[in-house]
Design a binder for this molecule. Structure first.
Ligand SMILES: *Cc1c(COP(=O)(O)O)cnc(C)c1O
Length: 388
């Protein structure tokens, strides 16, 4: 049995789990059944069926995710983008307007600028670090403000407390993608956000072996989003739910270790002669250090940095590394390294990239669970050999 007030470590293990288990099993089995016997359900939504996200694997996982973020309810989806698109398609209709953070995850940005725009849903970008500018972008039709806890790839942290205050003052919803921070470092609902989104693919599952998403918030909002998801169909399958439930149990241990390793690596890089700039909100001279320290208990496992030698040096460095794998995505046990201009931000025009500070030589690192000294030694040797 768990209590809502239990520590996050206890919630990760016990929240949602069926008391007594199925046949006494400690671990909830995978209910690999698409449909269930009719037992007097009175509405379509109550029928048990995988697309309706209400099988035992869904229900247990929903309760664990809700407890973890401190929300009333949760919905797991087939990908982070399924959670994001289903949520926005529930909350917005043609003619509506929203305020969005200028540097969004590429998929979200593409969805808003292409799909939603085509449906007649309008938006304006805001700089989340400049609340004084938001009012001039607000319109009668504005329905929500959408931000990310830590932005990719420069690891910027906006004035998130102000986002909540602004949303309440205007009577609009505040929605946040908490993928990079994770509920171990930051729980947005506790400072007043209405909805939290995750790409569960990343830290929550944490093992680079599946794609999933989640949205967490009040029962009323999640019920509306689930209703829309029944028709859009982006539900997660039971085996995915099972794997997420398993991955979540070690979330606190993994994230805390990744927090520490990322800080140690950021400090090492900061002091290196070949490095121009390190972007990590846990470094005291990062422009968002103060705000991040106020909001977060720690600063996450993601960082980015720029070499003095630009793109050529960055390419050499990546080729000379032994441990980190060059691959997109993040939050898994393996350290992953990428050049955002060739992956996540390749579709962003060069002028806009430069405006945002995403230079050709920028390198993004998702710090994995390897020994931190091995990673530092590896970066050190690769930096030396990329100078030659
Ligand atoms: C990966 C990611 C997404 C999209 O998630 P998928 O699971 O790939 O659909 C959304 N937001 C952020 C911040 C991400 O890193």
């Amino acid at each position: 049995m768990y209590r809502k007030e239990d520590s996050v470590e206890t919630l990760l293990i016990h929240a949602g789990e069926l008391e007594g288990g199925v046949e006494g099993a400690l671990v909830l089995p995978v209910f690999q059944s698409s449909t269930y016997r009719y037992s007097g359900e009175e509405s379509y939504e109550e029928l048990r069926y995988v697309r309706l996200s209400n099988t035992p694997n869904h229900r247990v996982l929903h309760e664990k995710l809700a407890a973890l973020e401190g929300g009333e309810a949760a919905l797991v989806c087939s990908s982070g983008m399924a959670a994001i698109s289903t949520t926005l398609l529930t909350l917005l209709k043609p003619g509506d307007h929203m305020l969005i953070q200028r540097t969004l995850y590429g998929g979200t940005d593409g969805f808003v600028e292409n799909e939603l725009a085509e449906l007649g849903i309008k938006y304006d970008f805001v700089d989340t670090r400049k609340p004084e500018e938001w009012n001039s972008k607000y319109r009668e039709e504005t329905r929500l403000i959408y931000v990310e806890a830590i932005s990719n790839p420069l690891m910027q942290v906006g004035d998130l407390g102000e986002v909540v205050r602004f949303a309440r003052e205007k009577g609009i919803l505040s929605v946040i993608d908490n993928t990079f921070a994770t509920p171990i470092n930051f729980r947005p609902l506790t400072i007043g956000f209405d909805l939290v989104l995750h790409s569960v693919t990343k830290y929550l599952n944490g093992h680079s072996d599946l794609v999933a998403g989640a949205v967490i918030g009040s029962q009323e909002l999640i019920t509306r989003i689930r209703r829309r998801s029944l028709h859009l169909g982006g539900s997660a399958d039971p085996h995915t739910c099972f794997l997420i439930q398993r991955g979540l149990k070690t979330l606190a241990l993994r994230v805390r270790y990744q927090n520490q390793s990322a800080l140690a690596i950021a400090r090492f890089l900061k002091g290196h002669a070949a490095i121009r700039e390190v972007h990590y909100p846990g470094l005291e001279d990062h422009p968002d250090y103060e705000i991040a320290s106020k909001l977060f208990s720690s600063f996450g496992g993601m960082l980015s940095f720029e070499l003095k030698s630009g793109y050529t040096g960055a390419r050499k460095l990546i080729d000379n590394l032994r441990i980190p794998v060059e691959a997109p995505s993040l939050g898994g046990p393996e350290s992953l390294i990428t050049l955002p201009v060739t992956t996540s931000h390749s579709s962003v025009p060069v002028e806009r990239r430069n405006e945002l500070g995403i230079t050709d030589g920028l390198i993004r690192l998702s710090v994995g669970l390897e020994g931190v000294q091995d990673l530092i030694d590896d970066l050190s040797q690769a930096l030396e050999s990329s100078l030659i």
